[in-house]
Design a protein around this ligand. Sequence first.
Ligand code: GLP
Length: 236
Amino acid sequence: MKIIQVRDKNEGGQVGYQLVAETLKKGTETFGLATGSTPISIYDALVASDLDFSAATSINLDEYKGLAADHPQSYHYFMAQHLFNEKPFKESFVPDGANSDAATEVARYEKIVDAHPVDLQILGLGKNGHIGFNEPGTPFDSLTHEVALTESTITANARFFDSATAVPRFAYSMGIASIMKAKQILLVAYGAAKAEAVQAMIEGPVSEMLPASVLQRHPHVTIILDEAAASRLTKK
Ligand SMILES: N[C@@H]1[C@@H](O)[C@H](O)[C@@H](COP(=O)(O)O)O[C@@H]1O
């Protein structure tokens, strides 16, 4: 794991942007993309750049079940607002939250994941160590699946909704095995609220109870942290 400590989100956005730019120049075809507040500064830097993604493919990690693509809190909508409207890709895939039939949706999406091996996967980190919507306890060999969100994640994400009761209880997420297939992974975390999960991810045992700890087993991971997120690391 290569750890890069940055001053703030802006510097993190620049570092993330550089990595995306380098891999795009090397001929990267498929980017795995994440939502949440953390990757926004990377997307802002991409939007401000002259990079051209019209020959690249994007695959998003997850989507709330029950939210259609035009719902303002859906991850489809988020991606359009923060990246795709300005930087269209050749093709972009996000799980279909409007499909209430989990069996067909997870099978459809896993086929897409399988057909488009990810070159660079961007990840945020949940306070409980989740990646995508893979909550603690998710098997490391999981593929795309339906997730029952934990109270911790519902509470953390309630800030984007009118109230916690408006947060969907279920989501579709790429699995941990799907994420680990990426050739390269960039995980980003900011703020003291992530410090405990960051410490466990990097220094703790590899455990399904802390999904991001699986990244210790991946050969090509870069982690961008600000000072607060790195504050509990014992080896600096
Ligand atoms: N499904 C997303 C994750 O992909 C994201 O990493 C996490 C952290 O979000 P934030 O970056 O806003 O802290 O939130 C959500 O649960």
